[in-house]
Design a protein around this ligand. Sequence first.
Ligand SMILES: C[S@@+](CC[C@H](N)C(=O)[O-])C[C@H]1O[C@@H](n2cnc3c(N)ncnc32)[C@H](O)[C@@H]1O
Length: 302
Amino acid sequence: MKLYAPVLMHVPVLADKVVELLDPHPGDCVLDCTVGSAGTASAISAKIGPSGCLICLDRDDEALERARKTLASSSSRKFFHKSNFADLDNVLESLGFSSVDKIFFDLGVSRDQLYSAERGFSFISNGPLDMRMDRASPLTAADLVNGLFPDKLEDILRRFGEEHEARRIVQKIVEARSKHPIQTTLELADIIKRAVHPRRVRQRLHPATKTFQALRIAVNAELENIEEALPKAVAKLKTGGRVAVISFHSLEDRIVKNFFRDEAKAGRLRVITKKVLRPSYIEVKSNPSSRSARLRAAEKVI
Ligand SMILES: C[S@@+](CC[C@H](N)C(=O)[O-])C[C@H]1O[C@@H](n2cnc3c(N)ncnc32)[C@H](O)[C@@H]1O
């Protein structure tokens, strides 16, 4: 199979705003739960300096490798750990930290992952139907597409992709997989194109966008992970410490918004972003992948 994809580096989103809201000081200890290519982590490192420490998590080995290279010349004390951020409490304990000053989540996939054809996240280039952020995890998108009962698959497409043509798409998937397993991203994209209303094929949003998003969320248990991680993050923040979260779709953002609201009611957090922050027109122009980003931040009160 020919694997082709444009080589495009991840450009950090809303990085200045994140630094402004987290307000890292020299000597702070900062946990970046989704270090990726460490664009945002580099900006944070410049603020915390040599007396500060940066704990970098990612569940993708390749991302951690990129982060190591990006941060090679940073003067802060650094720790790199392959982990799901849902396990952040255990990771911090294993590294000897009982609490930290700042915690950052930049959810979703990076451009490096998206445009690497063999990772199978994109319907633009051909690759195996994989979509695992952690390549050691057992479940791939092909397993879901070929193995789930139709009603379960439809439910995933509706809930995580808000795909209103889920039933038609699943019917076509079931037809196709009864002949042979669907194995590549372009095979699936093609099935979706044939399933949806012809009007959608001419629209700007690719007809496979919502299905691919839904499968990615399901494969990586993205919503469960953030639900599990947020209370742990608050528990591990020092009083006066701050947490910031960038999400890229409304399902994630709703979880963050409701969590912050409930914690504020309980008196544990003070929400700093009264309204969700979005990238400026200029940022979206120069980095179109930032267009759906939403940033929220809060400070630990007690
Ligand atoms: C949008 S990118 C982060 C980009 C980063 N801020 C930068 O400046 O390069 C998201 C990263 O989070 C990682 N990730 C997503 N979910 C994760 C999870 N549950 N645990 C750990 N890492 C996760 C992905 O593998 C990806 O590398």
